[in-house]
Design a protein around this ligand. Structure first.
Ligand SMILES: Cc1cc2nc3c(=O)[nH]c(=O)nc-3n(C[C@H](O)[C@H](O)[C@H](O)COP(=O)(O)OP(=O)(O)OC[C@H]3O[C@@H](n4cnc5c(N)ncnc54)[C@H](O)[C@@H]3O)c2cc1C
Length: 172
């Protein structure tokens, strides 16, 4: 295909896939950041809902299980945010490598799905209705573990870095 010179992605031709691969850590950091945002949004929807909805004569938030669940969700969301900020800082310093970006992408998106699911559970049947944001967020969150390189592939990338340590290298 002929591409006009001013539409090339860089100074040399034939380097497109390499240039794309060089930007994958950024894409993965971006995916992690989206994961943090969705986690927080769903947590806030859930907190609002459990204060309004009543069952067995109580608000849902008055059940100890709800409080424990939300306490755990808040803790995980905080860890995910701090973890992602650390990678964002590395990115700004030009030091975000494939291994770190893979850790951010796989762990945060795994947690995103876990938190979304736990928050959705508070909505009971409404959690299955698209009128509710928690239901609409579920599917786009699920794909976060697939695109940008699946989370299994992220773990392969991280595992490769183990071979950098002498102790893990095969002896001749
Ligand atoms: C909504 C959406 C948007 C997308 N956007 C883009 C885009 O903009 N640009 C782009 O290039 N791609 C995009 N993709 C493609 C996406 O990156 C791929 O779907 C993804 O990398 C997985 O590839 P696959 O679908 O071929 O699955 P497969 O490679 O067939 O994998 C199937 C399953 O096998 C597992 N698996 C595969 N190999 C291994 C292995 N070696 N070890 C262990 N498990 C393994 C996978 O983890 C997965 O669970 C998008 C996909 C979706 C769904």
């Amino acid at each position: 295909m002929k591409v006009p010179a001013d539409s090339l992605s860089g100074p040399e031709t034939g380097q497109g896939p390499i240039r794309l691969m060089q930007k994958l850590p950024q894409e993965r950091l971006n995916t992690a950041a989206q994961g943090v945002a969705i986690m927080e949004k769903n947590r806030h929807h859930a907190i609002k809902y459990v204060k309004e909805r009543r069952a067995f004569g109580k608000r849902i938030i008055d059940f100890q299980n709800t409080r424990f669940e939300l306490a755990e969700c808040k803790t995980v969301a905080r860890i995910a945010k701090t973890f992602t900020y650390d990678f964002a800082k590395r990115h700004l310093q030009g030091a975000l490598d494939t291994v770190n970006a893979s850790m951010a992408k796989y762990w945060v998106t795994d947690m995103e799905c876990q938190i979304n699911d736990r928050c959705l559970q508070f909505f009971g049947g409404y959690g299955f209705m698209n009128e509710y944001p928690v239901a609409r967020h579920w599917c786009p969150s699920r794909v976060q573990r697939i695109y940008g390189g699946t989370n299994e592939i992220m773990k392969m990338m991280i595992a490769r870095s183990l071979w950098k340590f002498k102790a893990f290298r095969r002896q001749p």
